[in-house]
Design a protein around this ligand. Sequence first.
Ligand code: SF4
Length: 262
Amino acid sequence: MRLTRRQASKRPGPRGKVGQSQVTRPGRRLHRVRPDANAAAGRILKRLSRRYPDARVELEHATPLQLLVATILSAQCTDQRVNQVTRTLFQKYRTAADFAQADPAVLMEEIRPTGFFRNKARAIVGCCQRLLSEHGGEVPDTLEALTALPGVWRKTANVVLGNAFGKPALAVDTHVTRVANRLGLTATEDPDKIEQDLCGLIPSARWAQATHLLIFHGRYTCKALRPLCDACAIYEDCLWPEKPRRRGVSPTLRPAARAARG
Ligand code: SF4
C-alpha cells in the first residue's frame, strides 16, 4: 500500500528519522553550524539546566529491560501514553523470556494505544528472543550489541546506555533535532550527524543530561509549530530566523544571526 507523504512522515523510520514538518521547514533553518558553537553550547546547557533542574527520562522503568521496551514503544507516541501502557504491561511481562514467549496477537492488543502496535510487538518479541539466545536474557551495555538487536536503532540504544547504564550517550529524537537546528548547534536533520555535531561540542560526561535538557526544552518551550519564545530561557542564544522579536533584546545580536545563517 502506498502511503501519503503525511502518513509516511509519521511512520517510525530507520534510525529514528522524523518527519520534516516536525523539525524545521525547508529553507527556514540555518545552513551551517554557528561559528561560536562551542561557547554557545556551554552557555545554553547552563541556562537550560537552571530552567529544567528535573530534566530526566520520563519513561517509567525499573530495569534496563523495561527501559528498552518502553523506548521501543515510545516511537511516535507520548511518554505519558507509554507509561499508561507499561504500568500494566510490566506487571505481566517481567523478564526477557516473558516477552520472547508472548503471543504476538495478545501483545499487539496490549500495546495498541501506543500506535504502530504490529511493528512494535514484532520488535519487542524479536528483540527479547535475541536477548535470550545471545545475552542470557540480559540487556547488553554496548552500542554495538544494542543496535544489533531487532527493532533497536541508535536512538533507542543511546537512551538505554545513558539512563539504564549511566554511560556517555547522546540520543537524538525529534525534539533534539529541532532545538539543535534552531540554536545553530547543527545544520542537518540527519540524526547520526546531529549526534556527531553535539558530541563534538559537549563533554561526554554531559551527553545524557544534554539529551534531557534539549528534549525538555523542545517538549515544553521550543515546540514544533508554536514555540513559546516569550518564555524562552535561551532566547538571546537562538539563531532561528523565524523567532519573533522580543522587547529588550539587543539588536546587536542580529548581525551574528545573519552571519551564522550563511
Ligand atoms: S527563542 Fe523560540 S525558537 Fe528559539 S530556542 Fe527559544 S523557543 Fe525555540
